[in-house]
Design a protein around this ligand. Structure first.
Ligand code: HEC
Length: 216
C-alpha cells in the first residue's frame, strides 16, 4: 500500500479541518457573548447567580436532576414547550452565560425547569415540599423524593422557622420537625433563580419582513 501515508494524511486533514471548523464557528458565534445591557435601566442581563444559587447548581448536577429534567425552552414550531407553559419565549445562548456548567439535559421525564421559578405557584415553600415529598404537591408523580436533604430534629429543640409545614400523611412524626439542610437551601436557591423572563432582542420570534408592494 504505497499510498498509505497520503491516505492517512488526507483522512487526518479532513477530520482535523471539520473539527476545527465546528469549534471555530461556535467560538465565533458564542465566544464573545456578553451580558446584555438594558438600554432603559442599564441593568446587565442575565444577572450573575448568587453564591448560594451557584452552589445549588452543583447540588442539582450532583444529584442527577438532569437525567429527568431539561433546561431549554424550544421555540414555537419546534415543540410544544411554550404551549405547555414552560416559558414565554425560546431559550437563547445568552440565558446560560451565568452558569459554569450548562445543564440542558436531554430526557424529559419531568417538565422543563428553565423557568421553574416563573410558574405562578412556585415559591420556596413549594420547592422544599416537592423535594421532601413530591407526592404532597404533585400526587401520583414519578419524581423521586430527596428527603435525605432534610434533617429530622426533635420538635423540643428550638423550633426552626424554616421547618416544613406539611400536613396529613406527609406531616412529621409527632415530636419531630423536618428542617432543610444547607444543600436543600442551596438547591432551592438555584431553582428560584431559574427564570428566563428578560426579553433579549435575539429571543424575539423572527418575523418575515413584509414584501414591498410591487417588489420582486
Ligand atoms: C425520575 C425522574 C426525576 C428526577 C430524577 C427528578 N425529577 Fe423533578 N420531576 C419529575 C416529574 C415526573 C415531575 C412532574 C411532577 C408532576 O407530576 O407535576 C417533576 C417535577 C419537578 C419540579 C416541578 C416543575 C413544575 O413545573 O412545577 C421541579 C422544580 C423539579 N421536579 C425539580 C427536580 C430537582 C431539583 C431534581 C433533582 C434533585 C429532580 N427534579 C429530579 C421527575 C424527576
Amino acid at each position: 500500500m504505497k499510498n498509505g501515508l497520503t491516505l492517512f494524511l488526507g483522512v487526518f486533514a479532513t477530520l482535523a479541518l471539520s473539527w476545527a471548523g465546528v469549534l471555530l464557528t461556535a467560538q465565533r458565534q458564542f465566544g464573545g457573548l456578553a451580558q446584555y445591557k438594558d438600554p432603559a435601566d442599564e441593568s446587565l442581563n442575565p444577572a450573575a447567580l448568587s453564591g448560594i444559587a451557584d452552589q445549588g447548581r452543583m447540588v442539582y448536577q450532583d444529584l442527577g436532576c438532569v437525567s429527568c429534567h431539561t433546561q431549554q425552552v424550544r421555540r414555537e414550531g419546534f415543540g410544544a414547550d411554550i404551549g405547555r407553559g414552560w416559558g414565554t419565549r425560546q431559550s437563547v445562548a445568552r440565558d446560560y452565560l451565568r452558569e459554569k456548567t450548562v445543564l440542558i439535559g436531554q430526557a424529559r421525564l419531568g417538565p422543563d425547569l428553565r423557568n421553574a421559578a416563573a410558574r405562578p405557584y412556585a415559591d420556596a415553600e413549594y420547592f422544599y415540599n416537592l423535594l421532601y415529598a413530591p407526592q404532597s404537591v404533585a400526587p401520583g408523580t414519578n419524581m423521586p423524593s430527596y428527603d435525605f436533604l432534610f434533617d429530622v430534629r426533635p420538635a423540643s429543640d428550638q423550633p426552626s422557622p424554616h421547618a416544613l409545614r406539611l400536613t396529613g400523611r406527609f406531616a412529621p412524626a409527632p415530636g419531630t420537625q423536618i428542617v432543610p439542610s444547607r444543600r436543600a437551601d442551596e438547591l432551592v436557591a438555584y431553582l428560584l433563580s431559574l427564570k428566563d423572563t428578560y426579553d433579549y432582542p435575539e429571543a424575539r420570534p423572527f418575523v418575515e419582513p413584509k414584501q414591498k408592494e410591487g417588489g420582486h
